[in-house]
Design a protein. Structure first.
Length: 382
């Protein structure tokens, strides 16, 4: 009796936990990059799935069509969640691509399967409403989120394999978050998927046990400060290997300082033109009115330029490989913290130039490698 009661309550507990994790990501770490947004949206989608399952199990359905509609919405939610977490994993390991949109095509195929007869009927069972699935259609549907979840997990594991030098305090939250995704997939396969494919007739318990991976993710991240999260983010993204230089300008366009990952700051004519173009665009806007922190980027054949505009300074960074998301979030956070700490000096260019070395020290964390030589710094116009 107690087990049956828990099976009806735990889906709501799971939904609440995933909701708190997703909202916590929004509230504590902000929407500073597509990667962070994708992870937060994934948590909210899993929460929605668990809530819909709780609603489905606890509501007396007068009409089978209405029950099938709720079930179809629930299945569609899981398909979208698998796409979102795959994109997040790809962005952090392989970078962004203009072809990312193509990953939505299998999800649209899953939608077509879901809404064209995957659920044949809803019948009464001792524990509540039971779905009767078309086994062929349901099997085809399962392939899409399963493949996406597995690929996302493989990409995530590759992060850890490539960073075996991670200290324990950074490794544990990374492994917990990846483990949460793997546990989620295993629970889904061993509960709802197994029951529906084998017509076992038992109560589907996926939403009842979804609180387990939610707790794993919560333990990994919820209590960590934005600074600690930034350190984890930089470490797993291997940012220091991908960033080659940072150039800091005052809001009016005058150069302040440059920080390089080697003795020679990498600056070809084409890249310099790109940086000046981005900075000039930011200057034009900021001279009118400061409307909040803004981000823009430009890509060349092998390198990219990311520029972040704060209230007083503009920072442009030259990078290669999949460093965009980590750079975007960390640069914005670093600029916000630096401007808040030195607001008085930054009111004028002369004051900003006086603390240029402090700017370089703060930003050089993005370029630091264990045991590496000090970074090259100098006037941005050098």
């Amino acid at each position: 009796m107690i087990a049956n009661d828990l099976a009806y309550v735990l889906p709501l507990v799971s939904a609440a936990l995933w909701l708190l994790v997703g909202l916590g990501a929004f509230g504590r770490y902000g929407l500073t990059s597509p990667f962070v947004r994708a992870l937060a949206v994934f948590c909210l989608l899993v929460s929605a799935w668990a809530f819909l399952d709780w609603f489905f199990l606890n509501f007396t359905w007068p009409d089978a069509l209405l029950a099938r509609t709720v079930s179809n919405v629930r299945a569609s939610t899981l398909a979208v969640a698998s796409l979102v977490v795959l994109l997040a994993s790809k962005w952090i390991t392989r970078g962004h691509s203009r072809y990312d949109v193509l990953l939505a095509l299998p999800v649209l195929g899953a939608f077509a399967i879901i809404w064209t007869g995957m659920t044949l009927d809803v019948v009464a069972a001792p524990w509540g409403p039971q779905l009767l699935r078309d086994p062929v259609r349901y099997g085809l549907y399962v392939l899409q989120p399963l493949i996406y979840f597995v690929v996302a997990a493989v990409l995530s594991v590759s992060l850890v394999r490539g960073r075996r030098d991670l200290p324990r305090r950074l490794l544990i939250p990374t492994l917990l978050s990846i483990g949460g995704l793997i546990v989620l997939v295993v629970l889904w396969l061993s509960t709802n998927v197994y029951t529906d494919l084998t017509h076992g007739g038992g109560q589907p318990l996926f939403s009842s046990v979804l609180f387990i991976p939610a707790l794993m993710v919560a333990v990994a991240f919820v209590r960590r400060t934005p600074e600690e999260m930034g350190e984890v983010f930089r470490a797993v993204s291997d940012v220091e290997r991908h960033v080659t230089a940072l150039y800091v300008f005052y809001r009016t366009g005058e150069p302040l300082v440059a920080v390089g990952a080697s003795r020679t700051l990498p600056m070809e004519a084409e890249q310099l033109e790109g940086i000046l173009s981005l900075v000039g665009d930011f200057v034009d806007r900021s001279m009118k009115q400061f409307t909040g922190y803004a981000v823009t980027s430009m890509h060349f054949e092998h390198l990219g330029i990311l520029a972040v505009r704060g209230e007083f300074v503009i920072v442009a960074t030259v990078f290669e490989g999949p460093a965009y998301d980590a750079l975007r979030s960390e640069l914005r956070r670093s600029i916000q913290a630096f401007e808040a700490a030195h607001r008085g000096e930054l009111q004028t260019w002369e004051g900003a130039a006086h603390i240029a070395d402090a700017v370089a020290d703060d930003l050089s964390a993005l370029l630091q490698r264990p045991g590496s030589a000090p970074r090259t710094t100098g006037p941005a116009g050098a």
